[in-house]
Design a protein around this ligand. Sequence first.
Ligand code: GLN
Length: 492
Amino acid sequence: MHAFLHVDREGALRAAREWDGRYARGDALPPLAGLPVAVKDIICTTGMPTTCGSRILAGWVPPYDATVVSRLRDAGAVIVGKTNLDEFAMGSSTENSGFGPTRNPWDLERVPGGSSGGSAAAVAAGMAPLALGTDTGGSIRQPAGFTGIVGMKPTYGRISRYGLVAFASSLDQIGPMARTVSDAALLLHVLAGRDPKDSTSVDLPVDNYPAALSRGVQGLRIGIAREAFGQGLQREVRAAVQAAATHLGGLGAVLTEVSLPSLPYALPTYYLLATSEASANLARYDGVQYGLRVPTDDLFTMYTRTRRQGFGNEVKRRIMLGTYALSAGYYEGFFLKAQRVRTLIRQEFLRALEGVDLVLMPVSPTVPFRLGEKVDDPLQMYLADIYTIPVNLAGLPGISVPCGFPGGLPVGLQLIGKPFDETTVLRAAHAYEQTTEWHTRRPPIVEKRERGIPHADSGRSAGTRERETEKRGSARTRKRPSRKFRKTRTRK
Ligand code: GLN
């Protein structure tokens, strides 16, 4: 599937052994003790590379941990590795990764969505129960929807972004990806809260999300966004999302319709603002400070050759678009205008959310598409995020929860909440999930694997199990193990 760009085999086993030891001694354990977590490779981790899926950062190892990573470690999580993504989180299919695409565990010929496609595939295929993603225009929710898992973009400001490599700073948010809403709530609870190292993180109380899940949806007002059910929405996606709305109504939620007339402008607005911010943020990759350098005699040629070689096409396209939109003479007409439309979109959402507790719409207009289907048509690719992007523009919390599998392919339901009201979003998603069976489904290849391998638990100690897993792992080595791996084996 190519979900991971880097697996920290030794570090993960070391941490796991340590937590096993503490567990055996009966120590008090933090909330994520021993739980494997996969981290999107755009979040800084010491001791592991952070490439952002870009050749320009190949092999770069950050000198510090992102705040979310420190929080994970403090909570006992075992960080298993770094997951694949579209280069600098620009994309909706993970095909823009500089290191090759990730595949969808539900159908290996299809994309897992993006840009957090590696994290999504890892969770969906059971490689890790929890993962971190980032969402600038849908990159947590869309791949979660495409792989039948739960993904949440919290409110802008809810989680520290210190140590997250910036794409579009006014939109980027880190968030949890998991198999169930309660797992996502547990992870969010560890991540959320003010961080003195990130002045955009907000100093507001953090609810006990896991404890608040079971309150149900009785009397909750849910507004169905009228404009999100128009042209371009696949029939089977529409049917699944509408059925989910009806189901929530059956659970006691009060369904109404809300209107967000500026929704059609979200996509062009986003692609002006996100590219503008990206063009500024990506100026730092110059061959001097980080990663790749293509050496030449003069400095200017070194800059241009490094950038030409190091960046992929989508990144170059966006840097050009953003530079254009910000340039003198176009700034007012493009950038400033987009900022104004963004304000309108936010106001419309906030107005709608005065009358309802949640807004409901699809996550994506289609089921997961085939690899190669949209790579040559950027505008088609951009349309994959038509329902997720407005939520980033408005800065609101949104979740994707599985709501159907037409033809065996996952569809996500999106619920959007008021600023900093993650609790209500999670609570409604949990009520829906727990009264449907979608979250119990596993991709066919995972089911086959689980049937094929005898159950490791039967009457053996954790230690035996671990050694056996190690043996299995080394028997399965590639033809030519990496140098690091060869060394490790000789030492043993
Ligand atoms: N697919 C959108 C883009 O390409 C969103 C990406 C994201 O959320 N990081 O920009």
